[in-house]
Write a protein that binds this ligand. Structure first.
Ligand code: MF3
Ligand code: CO
Ligand code: CO
Length: 268
């Protein structure tokens, strides 16, 4: 017998919780903004990580990734063919690299999670286009974040856009509920069947974080470090992530610090 997933395990956050998660999300986004000017040829990913770690600490936050299931660093930094969970290390950025930095803060006990792409010097047109489409995919997902919409419409429209440009959508890593814990229900798939999944309700908070590959969708996790996920064909991958709160009106993008999205006046 098939059960309809009603989303009963998805936490509906209170106004107080939403305010806490908003503050944490804002700090995570400010960390991404702060690090931008440091992303240059010759800089090691370890150095970028240490600057982000210090910024989080100086602002009263704890990095959620450090020690999470044994993860060893305060951020994830994923370069070129690394899809996600790149561990900052000795690698020094080179002209032409594309880089995702993913920051998750815990501020006053609340989690905020966001990532974006950076470019090192001038990059190829092909890489520029991949980054542009990955961002568009996230925005199309956010557009689906309306009360009463089935959750999986998000992934349906993301993958539709990625494939329309000849790219593929990673299915082995998903977005997730966030706020009280790092990873909560629901799982937000970036490739999914339209009209399925729990219906979105005001007070739900989750991430959308599509990973879009230039080539094949499949990933492989580094056997030595157990984290770094790369494309199987060595082609480029790009990702953007926002933390979003469902409202009775427009989606509330909690990690938007550039006013790219409207700020709703009411949640419930
Ligand atoms: N921030 C990542 C996400 O968007 C998760 C990183 S988990 C880690 O869900 F352990 F790799 F850091
Ligand atoms: Co996330
Ligand atoms: Co993240």
């Amino acid at each position: 017998m098939a059960f309809r997933d009603t989303g009963s395990k998805i936490i509906i956050k209170s106004l107080e919780q939403i305010e806490g998660i908003r503050a944490s999300s804002k700090l995570a986004a400010q960390t991404l903004e702060m690090i931008e000017s440091y992303v240059k040829p010759g800089v090691s990913t370890e150095f970028l990580n240490s600057i982000c770690a210090q910024f989080m600490k100086d602002n009263g936050a704890v990095p959620a990734t450090l020690g999470y299931n044994g993860y060893p660093k305060e951020t994830c930094i994923s370069v070129n063919d690394v899809i996600c969970h790149g561990i900052p290390g000795k690698y020094e950025l080179r002209e032409g690299d594309i880089v995702n930095i993913d920051v998750t803060t815990i501020l006053n006990g609340y989690f905020g999670d966001t990532s974006k792409m950076y470019t090192v010097g001038s990059i190829t047109e092909h890489a520029q286009k991949l980054i542009k489409v990955a961002k568009e995919c996230l925005n199309l997902g956010i557009e689906q974040c309306k009360e009463g919409n089935p959750l999986n419409n998000i992934g349906y429209f993301i993958n539709k856009h990625a494939t329309a440009h000849g790219y593929s959508t990673v299915y082995e890593f998903c977005g997730h509920g966030v706020g009280i814990k790092f990873h909560e229900e629901p799982e937000v798939c970036h490739i999914a069947e339209k009209g399925t999944g729990p219906l979105l309700k005001p007070g739900m908070i989750f991430t959308i974080e599509p990973m879009i590959n230039a080539g094949k969708a499949r990933s492989k996790v580094d056997k030595k470090d157990g984290w770094t996920a790369r494309t199987i064909d060595g082609k480029l991958s790009a990702q953007f992530e926002h933390t979003i709160c469902i409202t009775k009106g427009e989606p509330y993008v909690l990690t938007d610090i550039y006013n790219e999205f409207p700020i709703p006046t009411e949640i419930f």
